[in-house]
Structures are given as structure tokens and as C-alpha cells.
Design a protein around this ligand. Structure first.
Ligand code: ATP
Ligand code: MG
Length: 310
């Protein structure tokens, strides 16, 4: 299983479009794909794929990350049934849920915030996992970086993006050291959201992107099909399969698949540290959960004294 995070702390640069597009194009190739909507804004699930938020009483990624729920990851996924899926493929999504915003504060309280997401998905059974990250270098993005084999970075060709890329690079090094994992692979930069024909200004920024020593993958220029597909809750490859954008998503999917075939192993998720206080809390929670009303039933067996005057 190859895990790819789509990251850039800059907002509105095309992370969600790229996550959904690449995931759908992999499924179209007949791959088993899991898309994780890790952004509390929930745009991947709600805006682009027309999936509802997980109702608060059901298991969710937010509950799994904070261990309020500990079931198998399969119980968190919903299939996206309106996408073109190749033979043997699957397109499953872990949608956003109401607890995601609050989660950032709660995850920060963990002793070592970093490996929670990797632990939740480590036994998942997919060819590819694609993680749509929030526009922030926060604990959720750190979790995604810790768990991933590699990253895709969508960028708009302008000068602020160059600085953003440097900041991202520093943050990645910081996370690698914090969780003690091998260096992540930069699967590639995806330039996008520019008008065609490309301006001299954008061209200059693009040339600078090439100096980063990171592969520059297929471009995703502006195209109304991206918005139209989102409005219908289906991926671009299904809605407008003949467009430049659909073809780019397919090429990017092919690149990800190539990396998977040559995979040399990703991060090794460490065993969880044993903390006695946590153990006691969990045992007491399990006892209450497994009680199943037994205490109440016992009470029913007890002889009842009639109340005075009855
Ligand atoms: N190639 C494109 N052509 C036209 N519109 C696009 C394209 N890519 C993205 N968009 C639109 O631009 C907006 C921002 O894109 P997207 O949501 O993918 O960015 P993001 O980086 O995920 O944003 P955020 O940082 O808020 O999560 C969306 O409305 C999306 O539909
Ligand atoms: Mg987004």
C-alpha cells in the first residue's frame, strides 16, 4: 500500500482538486484507492464528491484519531459509487466529520503527536491511500506527513509559492526528525490554476520551480470542468474524460503507480508506548461499555420493598 499526502500550507492552490482527481484516476485504472479527507473544511467529501459529513453518533476519523473509537478502518469508509472504476478497482472515501475542527486541539495533547493517523490506517487494504491535507502546517498535516511514503505538492506559479515551498520543506524535515522516520519522497510538484496562454510572470515562477530538484509533473491549468464536475459531485475523469485536466490526472496517477511498483518501503509505525494511566482509563471504559446493562438487570432481581402507603 502506498500512502500519498497532498500538501501545501497555502490555501486554495488545488490540493483538494488534485487529491480527488488523482484518487479517481487511480480507481479508473483498476486500483483499490482510499481517499482520506483530512481537512476539517471537508471540501473533498462534501463539495467535490457530494458525500455527507459523518453523523456525530457514528464512528469517524476524528474519533479514531483520538481513540474514542477503535474499530477496523473499513468501518470508516464509504464507497463513491458515481465514479468510473476499472476492473478490480475501488474508490472509497473517509469523509469529514463534525469532530474534525476540535480534533486539532485534542491531538496536540498527545505526548507524541505524529503517528496517530498512521496507526489508524496501518491495516487498511488498498493499493493507494491519498490524503487531502488542510491548508496549514498543523498537527493534522504532521500526521499525514508521518504516515506517507511520499507527497504531491500543488502550486500556483507565482512568487509567494516559491517561499511556501521552502517553508514546507523545512516543516517536512522537522516532522521527519520529530517522529524519527526516513526522508519522505517528493513524488512531484503539480503546477496549476493558471490561465492559458501562460503569462511571462507565471512562466518565470515555473522556471524557478524547476530549480528545486523535485520532479515537476503534469500541469492542471484552469478549466471550468473542474468546477462543473464538483457541482455534480463526480470526479473530472468521469465527468469530462476527454479534457486536458482529466488527462493530467491520469498521467499523475500513472506516476504514483510507477512509484508504488518501485516502492522501497515507507515509514515503520512504532509500537505504541505503554502508559499506565491510559491503560487504566481504557480498562474502565471497556468495563462500562461491556456492562450491557448487567448492573441494571441485577437491580431488577433485588426484592423491592413497597413504598410507604402503596
Ligand atoms: N484546474 C482548475 N480549474 C478551475 N478551477 C479549479 C482548478 N483547480 C481547482 N479549482 C477550484 O479552485 C478552488 C480551490 O481549489 P481546491 O479546493 O482544490 O484548493 P485547496 O488547496 O484544496 O484549497 P484549501 O486550501 O481551501 O483546502 C476550488 O473552488 C476549485 O474548484
Ligand atoms: Mg482543500
Amino acid at each position: 500500500m502506498q500512502i500519498t499526502s497532498v500538501v501545501n500550507q497555502k490555501g486554495g492552490v488545488g490540493k483538494t482538486s488534485l487529491s480527488v482527481g488523482a484518487a479517481a484516476a487511480l480507481a479508473e485504472r483498476g486500483k483499490r484507492v482510499l481517499l482520506i479527507d483530512l481537512d476539517p473544511q471537508g471540501h473533498a467529501s462534501t463539495e467535490m464528491l457530494g458525500l455527507p459529513e459523518v453523523p456525530s453518533h457514528l464512528p469517524s476519523m476524528a474519533k479514531a484519531l483520538t481513540k474514542m473509537w477503535k474499530g477496523p478502518v473499513e468501518e470508516l469508509v464509504v464507497p463513491h459509487t458515481r465514479s468510473n472504476i476499472g476492473r478490480g478497482g475501488a474508490f472509497d472515501v473517509i469523509p469529514t466529520s463534525p469532530g474534525m475542527f476540535d480534533l486539532i486541539r485534542r491531538l496536540d495533547q498527545f505526548r507524541v503527536p505524529g503517528w496517530q493517523l498512521a496507526r489508524v490506517i496501518q491495516f487498511a487494504n488498498y493499493d493507494h491511500v491519498i490524503i487531502d491535507c488542510p491548508p496549514a502546517l498543523d498537527v493534522l498535516t504532521n500526521n499525514a506527513i508521518a504516515a506517507s511514503n511520499g507527497i504531491l505538492v500543488p502550486v500556483q506559479p507565482d512568487r509567494t509559492s516559491i517561499r511556501a515551498l521552502r517553508l514546507l520543506h523545512d516543516q517536512i524535515q522537522y516532522v521527519e526528525q520529530m517522529v524519527n522516520r526516513p526522508p519522505i519522497t517528493y513524488f512531484g510538484i503539480v503546477p496549476g490554476l493558471y490561465r492559458r496562454p501562460i503569462s511571462h510572470y507565471a512562466m518565470a515562477a515555473l522556471n524557478e520551480l524547476h530549480t528545486f530538484n523535485i520532479p515537476v509533473l503534469n500541469h492542471l491549468p484552469l478549466g471550468v470542468v473542474v468546477n462543473e464536475a464538483a457541482a455534480r459531485g463526480i470526479p473530472v475523469t468521469t465527468y469530462a474524460p476527454e479534457t486536458v485536466q482529466a488527462e493530467s490526472f491520469r498521467q499523475i496517477a500513472a506516476t504514483l503507480e510507477q512509484y508504488r511498483e518501485n516502492q522501497t518501503g515507507g515509514p515503520i509505525v512504532p509500537e505504541e508506548e505503554f502508559v499506565f494511566e491510559n491503560f487504566i482509563t481504557e480498562v474502565s471504559k471497556a468495563r462500562t461499555a461491556n456492562d450491557n446493562g448487567a448492573r441494571k438487570k441485577l437491580y431488577d432481581f433485588m426484592p423491592k420493598r413497597p413504598r410507604d402507603g402503596v
